[in-house]
Every structure is written in C-alpha cells, then in structure tokens.
Ligand binder design. Structure first.
Ligand SMILES: [Zn+2]
Length: 47
C-alpha cells in the first residue's frame, strides 16, 4: 500500500495517503506536513 499518516504542523490536520498534500486544505500553508505514526493519527482524530 505505502500509505502513511501525515500531520500539518500548523493546524494538526491529519492526512492519509502516499504523499502529504502540498498545500494544507485547512490552513492553506505550503509544505507543512510531517509523517506521523498511526497511533498519533488516531489520537489526533479522536481529540
Ligand atoms: Zn494546516
């Protein structure tokens, strides 16, 4: 599969995909995503 979880370092938006979005759809910042673990993603999505 190769899909990973990514987190926007500005607004904590979580994205699941092969690559992070170039532009965050929530805060409109560019190149702000970092890879996170599935556990981190679950925590963020539940918050
Ligand atoms: Zn963002």
């Amino acid at each position: 599969m190769g899909k990973k979880y990514w987190r926007c370092t500005v607004c904590n938006d979580v994205h699941f995909g092969v690559e992070p979005p170039k532009v965050c759809p929530t805060c409109k910042q560019v190149n702000v995503y970092v890879e996170i673990t599935m556990e981190e993603a679950v925590k963020l999505l539940q918050a």
